[in-house]
Design a protein. Sequence first.
Length: 112
Amino acid sequence: MGAHAGAGTSAPIKDGEQTTTPPVHETCAEQAAELWPHLLRGAVAARVREVVQWGVRGTLHFPAAALDAVPAIRGVQVAYGEPDIARILADQAVAELRGVTPVVLRPGAGAR
């Protein structure tokens, strides 16, 4: 089960989507929905076959020589292996979801 990066939008999770929210085991998602039904409002869920560590999200800093009005940009995602990875102060890991099948969570009934 995975949470959507745009939580609250009710848009389906797509294959290849990147997220900073780690997937949750199906049983744990069902239990959370039973204990806290408000979590289902605007929620989306999916079965995910594979989760691949893609990169990081954080604040991208610029070299001193390139400073002008904006010395840093927040909320940037950078893939591992990209040159900018050396200039980012990461605050979250980013994973890519593969083999995605959208499901509907129903408390006590399991994902369908």
